[in-house]
Design a protein around this ligand. Structure first.
Ligand SMILES: [Zn+2]
Length: 255
């Protein structure tokens, strides 16, 4: 245990929240890693959950990981869009207090970068800059043939499989499909931001997740704040852990 971990391990949840608030107040270089938990609090689907995975398998005859793979998109694009439109694009998301809090952090100049592998376009409706979307997002779509760009709503509201209204080409969703490589330039910039960060704020995920682990490995200070509702055995590697919903905690720790 380092000094911070020793100090925070004996604190109750209110003391932890106040301590996180203090760390954020004192810092001018904060990087956020936002996990799926942030979006689940808004109502996003988590198909890692057994019940969801089972329902999808029953309904579509393939598991979600299979459908969301590049190989599936390339060979069964109509089936892909049937799933993608219904299960991903039609999900009603209700933004939580997390987003205005991130916006405030952005406006204060303290927030240097946000890394996320959620695909719902975290900053789309908010003024949050320097977002590294490692798995892309649902809003930046383009025609495979003429490269014309299409908003999410065009795909969601099209009858059947969406096609380009200019050339009739198929449309490429803006997300990274399973089996595709992460864009190296985005990854490099994201990791650079983490390595320079003073406070690293990890929200709605655990440190066991591959991508989070990779990013956290580049962090060298002792102010890693983890906010997650779900406890995990790797939580103790953080310097300060708060086991609460992100949307309840973030507004309290961001000035
Ligand atoms: Zn086109």
């Amino acid at each position: 245990m380092n000094d911070t971990q020793m100090k925070t391990s004996v604190m109750d949840v209110d003391e932890r929240i106040r301590y996180a608030e203090k760390l954020i107040k004192e810092s001018d270089n904060i990087v956020v890693i936002a996990g799926i938990g942030v979006m689940m609090e808004c109502g996003a689907l988590n198909y890692d959950r057994d019940t969801e995975a089972y329902r999808i398998e029953e309904e579509y005859h393939h598991c979600p990981e299979e459908i969301m793979a590049a190989a599936f998109y390339n060979t069964r694009i109509e089936q892909f869009y049937d799933f993608y439109k219904k299960e991903i694009l039609s999900t009603q998301l209700t933004p939580t207090e997390t987003f205005p809090a991130l916006e405030r952090l952005q406006k204060s100049g303290k927030l240097k970068a946000v890394l996320t592998y959620t695909i719902y376009g975290l900053g789309h409706d908010y003024e949050i800059e320097n977002i590294y979307e490692l798995d892309g997002n649902i809003h930046d779509n383009h025609c495979n043939k003429c490269m014309k760009k299409f908003p999410m709503e065009y795909l969601r509201d099209s009858k059947g499989m969406p096609v380009c209204d200019d050339c009739g080409g198929t449309i490429r969703p803006g997300i990274r499909l399973h089996g595709e490589r992460m864009r190296n330039d985005i990854l490099t910039d994201a990791v650079n931001a983490v390595s320079k960060a003073d406070v690293l704020l990890v929200l709605g995920t655990n440190l066991f997740d591959n991508m989070v682990q990779f990013a956290v490995n580049h962090y060298s200070k002792d102010k890693l704040i983890l906010v997650t509702k779900h406890e995990h055995f790797t939580d103790k590697a953080a310097d300060l852990v708060i086991h609460e919903h992100v949307c309840d905690v973030l507004p309290k720790i961001v000035p």
